[in-house]
Design a protein around this ligand. Structure first.
Ligand code: NAP
Ligand code: HSE
Length: 429
């Protein structure tokens, strides 16, 4: 029988409990396949009296020293989330030479470069497959299988909660609040769900994925983001009628040699591969001139789903210790970060106008000044409450912003236009 590997846990909530259950129930299989017997504990939590099915209460502690200073702990799995005090705990574990596995995109997207450097200096490893894309092995694919491929664009649905909410609103007619409450109940949402619906969770994941895809340090603050919290049900319905699904997308690409990474709700044609990704599933579409298009799809959130990626990292570390191929490589092509307005996109625009002669001409002229051209225009209603819906060909985002400002000030335009990105409409991306 092999010597046990003791895994100290920081956090034992939705993912932590599933991880403990996975190594308990899967013990014999794991040992047969990997030659290692995994044992969980000590386990840091805030409230040891909370019921945690499948977790031995004797392993719980509220003192981080019980995990960080225990000489029996051979590896640390961090599943508590957040940046503070988590960062200090992860640093301590790495400094002591112990490998760390984490699912924490908040921490990685802010301090990933420093933590990876620390791991390299201490001669140990930091792995984070579950931090982006849930159970999908996208980081492994980018760091190993596509190591030598030039990626020029990465488009992802990387937040399970928002994809679940949008799907439930469209398919089951649930309202936004009810769909979000269900996502929380199912364990998909962050402890603070505004991270999900406001786009910060997806921005953190896109920062991590684009750092790896473009070998460049992209931090959370480099990724402008919008979420679905400002989205109107009306626009989701209109988009559906026009043949589009609305998805919260992360898009990272090279623009004139610089990395442009963004998160926004976008219209995706129903026939597009990303439109069929529903519920809490995530997908990452990678485009490479050499390797072509590769799309990875799978569960993006959920306790057992995420725990499977955490366990894969643990086993991978044990399997590759000493002379591993997958090391703490730093993302260092050193490309600049593109200014946000540099992104090119097609757009959807909804305007509320008074139906008077010349309104459409004035709107079209403001768009033409920004070199933005109209693909489709649709008018609904008449009189003082007419609605104009347009799909615009691809143009520069900063020009779109300037046009929106001008249009908002036009006579007979009743309120600032609603603008959403459109992708996959046979026009550029
Ligand atoms: P969670 O259910 O809120 O669990 C957090 C755990 O950490 C709880 O056990 C909590 O203790 C403990 N904890 C938090 N702050 C602490 C502190 N200051 N001191 C001691 N213990 C503390 O979170 P989760 O959903 O499992 O997520 C964990 C991590 O995985 C996060 O980084 C999240 O972003 C990431 N992730 C989650 C999912 C998902 O689907 N849920 C998917 C991918 C990645 P108590 O239990 O006593 O409160
Ligand atoms: N709250 C996250 C989501 C969990 O919904 O995608 C997975 O990282």
């Amino acid at each position: 029988m092999s010597a046990p590997v003791r895994i100290g846990l920081l956090g034992c909530g939705t993912v932590g409990q599933a991880f403990v259950q996975a190594i308990t129930e899967g013990g014999p299989t794991i040992e047969r396949a990997s030659g290692h017997r995994l044992e969980a504990g000590p386990i840091l939590v805030r409230d040891p009296t909370r019921p945690r099915p499948g977790v031995d209460p004797a392993l719980l502690t509220t003192d981080p020293e019980d995990v960080l200073a225990d000489p029996e702990v051979g590896m640390v799995v961090e599943l508590m989330g957040g940046v503070d005090p988590t960062s200090g705990f992860v640093r301590r574990a790495l400094e002591s030479g112990r490998p760390v596995v984490t699912a924490n995109k908040q921490l990685l997207s802010r301090e990933g470069d420093a933590l990876l450097e620390l791991a390299a200096t201490a001669g140990t490893e930091l792995r984070f497959e579950a931090a982006a894309g849930g159970a999908i092995p996208v980081i492994k694919v980018l760091r190993e299988s596509l190591l030598a491929a030039e990626i020029d664009r990465l488009t992802g649905i990387v937040n399970g909660t928002t994809n679940f909410v949008l799907t439930r609103m469209r398919r089951a007619g649930l309202d936004y609040e009810a769909a979000l409450a269900l996502a929380q109940e199912l364990g998909y949402a962050e402890a603070d769900p505004t991270e999900d619906v406001g786009g910060a969770d997806a921005a953190a994941k896109i920062a991590i994925l684009s750092s790896i895809a473009f070998h460049t340090r992209v931090r959370f603050g480099d990724v402008p983001f919008e979420g679905i919290d400002g989205l109107h049900a009306e626009d989701v319905e209109i988009a559906d009628g026009l043949g589009f699904a609305v998805k919260l997308l992360g898009v990272a690409e090279l623009v004139d040699g610089a990395v442009s990474a963004r998160v926004f709700p976008a219209l995706v044609p129903h026939g597009h591969r990303l439109a069929s990704v529903e519920g809490a599933d995530n997908a990452v579409l990678l485009e490479s001139p050499g390797a072509g298009e590769i799309m990875l799809v799978g569960p993006g959130a959920g306790g057992s789903e995420t725990a499977s990626a955490v366990l894969a990292d643990v086993l991978s570390i044990l399997g590759t210790q000493r002379g591993s191929f997958l090391h703490n490589a730093l993302a260092d092509a050193g490309r600049p970060i593109a200014p946000p307005g540099a992104l090119r996109s097609a757009f959807y625009m909804r305007l509320s106008v008074r139906d008077r002669p010349g309104v459409l001409a004035r709107v079209a002229s403001a768009l033409a000044d920004g070199e933005l051209s109209i693909e489709t225009v649709l008018q609904q209603g008449q009189g003082d409450a007419a609605r104009l819906v347009m799909i615009l060909h691809e143009g520069r985002e900063e020009r779109m912003r300037a046009a929106v400002e001008r249009i908002s000030g036009l006579e007979d335009v009743r309120e600032p236009p609603v603008v959403l990105h459109v992708i996959g409409n046979g026009d550029g991306r």
